[in-house]
Design a protein around this ligand. Structure first.
Ligand SMILES: [Zn+2]
Length: 331
């Protein structure tokens, strides 16, 4: 009896020919009846470009993290998280995307969030610069990085090999988050923010950090909209071009399978749970009513979709995969 052969190419060829016995050698890996143990990790492409009006936006993946959602999500009924995950054919720990959004306005390149970078390399992140390169951009071309908040899975990618990763970029962040890191809010224990302080400190030393206090137009077509709760300075960014709108919402949702159905489900990482829940409800309601596109940091890559309202329950409606095809063959 033949050995079971774990090789996708060989399996594919065998299925095509309807014979396992006639195809002893895998055309890709030259595997000759041996168990395939050294196959490379499967890493799908990590960038997704699309048009929003006259802008080109590219979602850049920094990778994924395995999140133990049954411990991270709070304010739910017993078993609610497990049930919601099972209902979506998932389990905890749940593979959770870290998405960044590059807005090419035609005149400027503006990145929203920088991923976890080297800080989270061991946890599966740190791919932003490779995926940026794959999408055809170099870090020195980036004019600005807008931060949704200061947490390290959004700011770690600002560093590369101990140096600033985006040498020509200004960093934009809410004053309240800046104050937490750089002392003005009087935080006593800064040990858990030490890595982020070090990274953003490099940009601060170069005079590259710009802050805002309230809703502000930062660039033509890009408006910062504070949505505090997850952090005091947590901010969403509304991008508008030729009447097309997209809200890049940062960490409004960490567990799509749970939080659309139950916006009261919060994450332990929230600085102010009550405020974070209230903001989530406001943003869900407006996004469902207005129907604009959402770009989400932690919803499965590319994290693009719409908030739907089914009865009295919100739902996530992901965009379809698009190549921009305008040709209709079947009529
Ligand atoms: Zn995050």
């Amino acid at each position: 009896m033949k050995k079971v052969i774990f090789c996708a190419t060989l399996l594919f060829v065998a299925v095509l020919t309807q014979s396992f016995s006639k195809i002893p050698i895998c055309i890709t890996c030259n595997l000759n009846g041996e168990i395939h143990t050294d196959s490379p990790a499967i890493v799908p492409p990590g960038y997704y470009p699309f048009k929003l009006g006259n802008f080109t936006i590219t979602v850049i993946s920094d990778g994924t993290l395995l999140m133990p959602l049954e411990h991270l999500i709070v304010g739910t009924k017993p078993g609610e998280v497990e049930q919601a995950l099972a209902g979506h054919h998932r389990a905890s720990p749940t593979e959770t995307s870290a998405n960044c959004f590059l807005v090419n306005t035609g005149g400027q390149l503006i990145l929203v969030d920088a991923g976890g970078g080297e800080i989270f390399k061991a946890g599966g992140l740190g791919h932003i610069l490779d995926n940026l390169a794959a999408a055809g951009y170099r870090p020195e071309q980036i004019n600005a990085v807008l931060l949704t908040h200061f947490h390290p899975d959004h700011t770690g990618g600002l560093l590369r090999n101990g140096k600033i990763a985006f040498p020509n970029a200004d960093i934009y962040m809410h004053q309240a988050d800046y104050n937490i890191l750089f002392g003005a809010s009087g935080e006593k224990d800064q040990s858990e923010n030490a890595g982020v302080i070090q990274i953003l400190g490099l940009y601060k030393a170069g005079g590259r950090i710009k802050t805002f206090n309230s809703q502000s137009v930062l660039f033509p077509g890009i408006t910062a909209i504070p949505a505090p709760g997850h952090t005091p300075g947590h901010t969403c960014y509304m991008v508008v071009s030729a009447e097309k709108k997209m809200l890049i919402w940062g960490d409004i949702v960490h567990a799509a399978d749970v939080q659309f159905a139950d916006p009261n489900a919060a994450v332990v990482l929230d600085a102010n749970t009550t405020q974070a829940i209230a903001e989530r409800k406001i943003i869900f309601a407006e996004a469902a009513k207005e129907g604009y596109l959402i770009g989400a940091a932690h919803i499965s890559f590319p994290g693009l979709g719409y908030v739907g309202l089914n009865g009295d329950q919100y739902e996530w409606i992901p965009v379809v995969y698009s190549t921009g095809n305008k040709v209709q063959l079947f009529k």
